[in-house]
Design a binder for this molecule. Structure first.
Ligand SMILES: Cc1cc2nc3c(=O)[nH]c(=O)nc-3n(C[C@H](O)[C@H](O)[C@H](O)COP(=O)(O)OP(=O)(O)OC[C@H]3O[C@@H](n4cnc5c(N)ncnc54)[C@H](O)[C@@H]3O)c2cc1C
Length: 476
């Protein structure tokens, strides 16, 4: 799991002709790349970030998740928007909460994700945490929330729980134990099936002739290069994909988006200490009508210190072990714009601040009910940029852009304000797109009718067999 992914050389890249180029390796891109590679297509994956082995340490977190202007982008109000620039994208650093796919939302936009959501769930190790993985702090918060009248429940996690052992630190900065699923696992499988991964390749624009995509331009090691393929999938995330589309002539990309703002509310527990193996987002509640969710969210020591310092709580800088923490994350209204260089111009509105106040009060109530004192909140953050290339606006229900043979498959295509953990939805979208592309390949022109062809069972069986072969390969 932690082996470096094999990379092919530039010479091979230059010579080869590809069926498909996938740009970016988050849950959206990794899924399309992997599902197309195991269907025998020649896939080139271009990833801006590095692909060094997962070390899971602070240095990796700082260089791949917290570099200002690259992986952390600040709004004019000082809200930090984070994204992982690495193989696996933001999922390398995510909290592995597998929120169910909101099927009805997509149905409103002509996208039926039922079969693909089921296929994704069947392939991924999704389940609520086993009781042995729920720590005393997580259980205390759950009890406090329930006493406060909330339907606080265990959440689905995308984790290989059999691999977990007491004492395993959660992979906030990448998981060395391979317990937390990340999109890097799908990239790994894609490469095992013959896909070519090129790291350090920042795609700048899509090349097209007479309205049809023919390849991409990318910069690697200071050199501008070109790669060609029959079809292109942009999966550079909610910020990356709209910027590439803009540079390719689709100027409307990157407007009226969401980023699901959040903050955490902290309290001091006098009679309880955080363990080394706390798991974030183990349980929580979604208050849909009020537009926000709350979950437990223990932080590792460095993050605790940084977030306390940011709000001037110097007395709490080293009170990591005694801090109970709840995340409040809400559904912000669509708005704002990206600049051509990736600046995020979106402000929290009066409506946002009203939800935030409500969320803070409710989290405070839960913390008090759980026995915490000295309650304060941290500054705003966001980690789900999306809706920048919406279905029904800049891509159609098949994720096709106005440029023929160019598709988008990541958080950008989500068509409405969101407020949910998106990774499982993105895997489902990736599976649907792969199915769609594969169905149309022999005729040259994918059709919606082709989507009605073999789905779940047949494809799933092939995929399971392939996954077994990959596991066998790994064992040797
Ligand atoms: C700390 C944190 C915790 C989170 N917790 C959860 C959680 O518990 N559950 C959940 O569902 N979601 C969670 N998320 C959100 C989730 O990780 C993201 O929403 C998801 O990864 C987005 O997937 P994506 O495919 O849209 O893009 P990303 O995962 O952002 O991937 C985009 C990829 O494109 C690459 N890229 C960008 N620009 C270019 C370019 N020009 N050329 C080439 N490559 C490029 C990037 O390096 C990256 O690999 C969390 C996020 C963070 C940061």
């Amino acid at each position: 799991m932690t082996q470096p992914i094999q990379q092919n050389t530039m010479t091979e890249i230059d010579r080869a002709g590809y069926d498909l180029i996938v740009v970016g390796t988050g849950p959206g891109g990794a899924t399309v790349a992997r599902d197309m590679a195991l269907r025998g297509k020649k896939v080139l994956i271009l990833e801006w970030g590095p692909g060094a082995p997962i070390r899971g340490n602070v240095a990796q977190g700082l260089t791949e998740l917290m570099v200002p202007g690259r992986s952390i982008l600040f709004t004019p109000q000082g809200l930090g928007l984070v994204r992982g620039i690495t193989t696996g994208g933001s999922s390398l650093f995510y909290y592995a909460c597998a929120w169910p796919v909101p099927l009805e939302l997509f149905r409103r936009h002509g996208v039926d994700l039922t079969a693909d959501a089921a296929a994704a769930r069947a392939e991924l190790p999704i389940a609520p945490l086993a009781d042995r993985m729920m720590t005393p702090m997580a259980l205390r918060l759950m009890a406090g929330a329930r006493d406060a009248g909330l339907d606080w429940r265990k959440l689905d996690k995308n984790m290989v729980q059999d691999r977990w052992k007491p004492g395993h630190a959660f992979g906030y900065f990448g998981d060395v134990h391979g317990v937390k699923w990340s999109a890097r696992m799908f990239v790994d499988e894609a490469v095992a099936y013959g896909a070519v991964l090129l790291n350090g390749a920042q795609v700048t624009r899509v090349l097209s002739e007479r309205g049809c995509a023919t390849g991409v331009e990318f910069v690697k090691g200071g050199q501008t290069r070109i790669a060609s393929a029959e079809r292109i999938v942009l999966a550079a995330g909610g910020i990356g994909s709209p910027l590439i589309l803009r540079a390719s002539g689709i100027r409307e990309a990157g407007h009226d988006f969401f980023f699901d703002p959040l903050f955490t509310v902290c309290g001091t527990m006098k009679d309880l200490r955080l363990q080394d193996d706390e798991i974030p987002m183990s349980a929580g509640v979604h208050l849909e009508d009020e537009g926000y969710m709350m979950t437990d969210l223990p932080f590792p020591p460095l993050m605790h210190t940084l977030f306390s310092a940011q709000v001037g709580r110097l007395d709490k800088l080293f009170a990591y072990r005694s801090t109970a923490r709840i995340m409040v994350k809400w559904k912000d209204a669509l708005g704002g714009r990206l600049t051509d260089r990736g600046g995020v111009r979106k402000r929290l509105t009066a409506a946002d601040k009203k939800i935030a106040r409500h969320g803070f009060e409710n989290a405070r109530r839960v913390l008090r009910s759980a026995g915490a004192t000295d309650i304060y909140r941290t500054w705003y953050l966001a980690a789900h940029p999306g809706g920048t290339v919406k279905i029904g606006h800049l891509v159609d229900a098949d994720l096709k852009s106005p440029i023929d043979k160019l598709y988008v498959c990541d958080c950008s295509v989500i068509p409405e304000a969101w407020g949910l953990p998106p990774s499982l939805t993105l895997v489902a979208l990736g599976k649907r797109l792969a199915r769609y592309l594969a169905a149309g390949w022999s005729t040259g022109v994918p059709t919606v009718a082709a989507l009605a062809g073999p789905t779940g069972a047949e494809v799933l069986q092939t995929q399971r067999q392939s996954a077994e072969r990959v596991s066998a390969l790994r064992r040797h």
